[in-house]
Design a protein around this ligand. Structure first.
Ligand code: ATP
Length: 527
C-alpha cells in the first residue's frame, strides 16, 4: 500500500557548477567516501584514501566493469600482474623515452603547469564563446532557429571559429613535433596568463618524465632502478602468451586487469580527477592484423553502452576522437563525461597496432608470436585497448548523483541518487526506538538479509535524521521496525528517490530489494 509520496524540487540545477564541485568534494569527506591521504600530516599532493563508504562504491564500480568484461564475454579472461616489472619493459614500451609532459613555470606565482593543458584550456575558451553565441541566438529566434545555418553564417561565430582552428592547428603541429619553443610561443601569443599571479612571466617549456623510480635490491648486491608502473597494460602484454597457451585462447580474445598505476603528475588538480596514485581497469583485446578498425568501432560502442547503462543521461557523454595519435596507435578516442568543470576524459579506447608486442619481442629476444590454427601461420596480434580510470569514474558518478532538494515542508535534503547497484549500503534497518524488543527484531532482519546484500543497522537519533543520513550516502532502501512489527511481522520500507513509504511483510523484503541492487541487475540491462 502506498502511504505517501512527495514531489521534490531539485535545487542543484540552479547552482553554479564550481559550487556543485566544491560541495561534492566536501560531501565525499564528510560522509566517509574520500579523505586526503596523510591528512594529519597536512596531506600529500594528489594522493587520496577511500573511506568506509568510498571503498564500497569503488568496489561496486570495479565489479560492474569486471563482470561486464569477464562474465559477459566468453573470450575475455582476467589477470592480476605485479606492479614492479623488469625495467626493460618500460624501455620497450617507450615510457622511458617518451612518457613526458611539457611543463612550464610562472616565475611570479612559482606555480607549475602543463603547457599542453594551458593551450587546451584556451581552445576550450573559444569553444565556450561559440556555444554562448549560439545559445543567445537560439533564445532570440526561438523555434525558427536553424543552428547549422547560424554556425556557418554568423560573423561572430566565424571569427571565433577561425581563431580556434588556427590555434588548434598550430598546437597540434607543435605537439606532434614536440617543439617546446613553439609551445611557449603559443602561450605568449595567445596572452595566456597564470591563473594565480595573472602574469605572463613564463619560463621555458621543459620535458618531464612521469614515471616514479625506486631501487630494488641492496646496494651491495648491485641495486637497480625500477619503476612503479604508469599503466597496467604492459603487465597484460608480457603475459599474453602465457594466458593464450594455458587458457587455450583463440584470437580474438581479451585479457582484463584492474590495478594501481602511478604517475608523477605535474599539476595535481581537480580532486581525484588527476592523482599520482590511481587505479585503472584495462582490457587488451588481441586480434588478427587488418581487423583492428572494425574491432575499434565495436569496442567504442560496447564501452559507451556500459557507461550509458548507469542511467545518467546519454547527453552527458561524448566521444573525442584523437587527431594526435600516440606513437603506438592507429586510432584513438576518449569517452568524455560531463563534469562540473566541463566534458572530461574518463576512458580511452586505443587501437595500439602490434607495437607493444613487437617491441617486447625485440627487447626480450623471445618469440611471442601467435600461431593461428585456422590460417596455419604465425603472426603478432594487433590490439584494441579499453582503459578507464576507476577514480575518475567514481568522481563522475558522485557529481551526477549529488542532489539537493527542497521538500514540501521547506527543508532541504541532500540525496545521492546513486544507481542502486553501486550504492555502498543497500538497506538500513532501523528500530523506531532503542527498547522494547525493537532492536532485537531489527537485528533479526539484518541477520537474514546480510548474506544477500550490504545492510546497516542504525538506532541513533530520530527516524527523520536517520533517513537524511542514509539519503546522503545513497542508501536506496530504509526499513523501519515499529511496535506493529512485533505483532504482524510487517515493516515500513522507504524508497530513497521518491521518499515513498510502504508497509510490507518481512518475508517480502529480500524479494523487493535484491533484484534491484545486484550488479547482475545492471548487467542484464546491457544490450
Ligand atoms: P590525461 O590526458 O587526462 O592525462 P591520459 O590520456 O594520459 O589522461 P590514459 O593514459 O589514456 O590517460 O589512461 C587511461 C585512463 O586512466 C584515463 O582515461 C583516466 O580515466 C585514467 N587516468 C589517467 N591518468 C590519471 C590520473 N593521473 N589520475 C586518475 N586517473 C587517471
Amino acid at each position: 500500500m502506498r502511504i505517501f509520496a512527495r514531489k521534490n524540487h531539485i535545487l542543484i540545477n540552479n547552482m553554479a557548477q564550481e559550487d556543485v564541485f566544491k560541495k561534492v568534494v566536501s560531501h565525499c569527506k564528510e560522509y566517509g567516501f574520500v579523505f586526503p591521504s596523510s591528512e594529519i600530516y597536512d596531506g600529500l599532493g594528489a594522493v587520496y584514501d577511500y573511506g568506509q563508504n568510498g571503498v564500497e562504491l569503488k568496489n561496486n564500480i570495479k565489479q560492474y566493469w569486471w563482470q561486464s568484461m569477464v562474465l559477459m564475454h566468453e573470450n575475455i579472461v582476467g589477470i592480476d600482474s605485479a606492479i614492479f616489472m623488469h625495467p626493460t619493459i618500460w624501455k620497450a614500451s617507450g615510457h622511458v623515452d617518451a612518457f613526458n609532459d611539457p611543463l612550464i613555470d610562472n616565475r611570479d606565482s612559482k606555480k607549475r603547469y602543463r603547457a599542453d593543458v594551458l593551450i587546451e584550456d584556451q581552445i576550450a575558451k573559444y569553444d565556450e564563446k561559440i556555444e554562448k553565441e549560439i545559445a543567445k541566438a537560439k533564445k532570440r529566434f526561438g523555434d525558427a532557429f536553424d543552428e547549422q545555418k547560424y554556425r556557418e553564417t554568423s560573423p561572430r561565430v566565424q571569427e571565433e571559429l577561425t581563431k580556434r582552428e588556427a590555434l588548434h592547428e598550430r598546437y597540434s603541429k607543435a605537439m606532434n613535433d614536440m617543439n617546446l619553443e613553439e609551445l611557449r610561443q603559443i602561450i605568449l601569443d595567445e596572452g595566456i596568463v597564470c591563473p594565480i599571479s595573472g602574469t605572463r612571466n613564463w619560463t621555458d617549456v621543459r620535458q618531464f618524465n612521469l614515471m616514479f623510480k625506486t631501487e630494488m635490491g641492496s646496494t651491495a648486491d648491485g641495486a637497480f632502478n625500477i619503476y612503479l608502473r604508469p599503466e597496467t597494460a604492459q603487465g597484460i602484454f608480457v603475459n599474453y602468451l602465457n594466458v593464450q597457451k594455458t587458457g587455450r585462447m583463440k584470437i580474438p580474445f581479451g585479457i582484463a586487469q584492474i590495478g594501481k598505476a602511478f604517475r608523477n603528475e605535474i599539476v595535481a588538480r581537480q580532486f581525484i580527477f588527476r592523482m599520482r596514485e590511481f587505479e585503472q581497469m584495462e582490457m587488451q583485446f588481441f586480434i588478427k592484423p587488418g581487423t583492428e578498425l572494425d574491432w575499434f568501432a565495436k569496442w567504442k560502442q560496447t564501452r559507451m553502452a556500459w557507461h550509458q547503462n548507469l542511467g545518467f543521461g546519454a547527453e552527458n557523454y561524448r566521444f573525442h576522437d584523437h587527431e594526435k595519435l600516440a606513437h603506438y596507435a592507429n586510432a584513438a578516442t576518449d569517452i568524455e563525461f560531463k563534469l562540473p568543470f566541463g566534458y572530461k576524459e574518463i576512458e580511452g579506447i586505443h587501437s595500439r597496432t602490434n607495437f607493444d608486442l613487437s617491441q617486447h619481442e625485440k627487447f626480450s629476444g623471445k618469440n611471442i608470436k601467435y600461431f593461428d590454427p585456422e590460417l596455419g601461420e604465425n603472426y603478432t596480434p594487433y590490439v584494441i585497448e579499453t582503459s578507464i580510470g576507476v577514480d575518475r569514474m567514481f568522481l563522475s558518478i558522485m557529481c551526477h548523483s549529488y542532489c539537493e532538494e527542497k521538500l514540501e515542508n521547506g527543508e532541504t535534503r541532500v540525496v545521492l541518487r546513486l544507481p542502486a547497484a553501486l550504492a555502498p549500503i543497500k538497506c538500513t534497518v532501523m528500530p523506531l526506538v532503542k527498547k522494547d524488543g525493537l532492536p532485537e527484531k531489527a537485528r533479526e532482519i539484518i541477520d537474514e538479509l546480510k548474506f544477500h546484500f550490504n545492510c546497516q543497522y542504525d538506532e541513533k537519533d530520530s527516524i527523520g535524521k536517520r533517513y537524511r543520513r542514509q539519503d546522503a550516502i545513497g542508501t536506496p532502501y530504509c526499513v523501519t521496525v515499529d511496535f506493529d512489527t512485533l505483532q504482524d511481522d510487517s515493516v515500513t520500507i522507504r524508497f530513497r528517490d521518491s521518499m515513498e513509504q510502504k508497509r510490507v511483510k518481512i518475508s517480502e523484503l529480500r524479494g523487493i530489494i535484491e533484484d534491484n541492487v545486484t550488479i547482475t541487475s545492471l548487467l542484464k540491462k546491457l544490450k
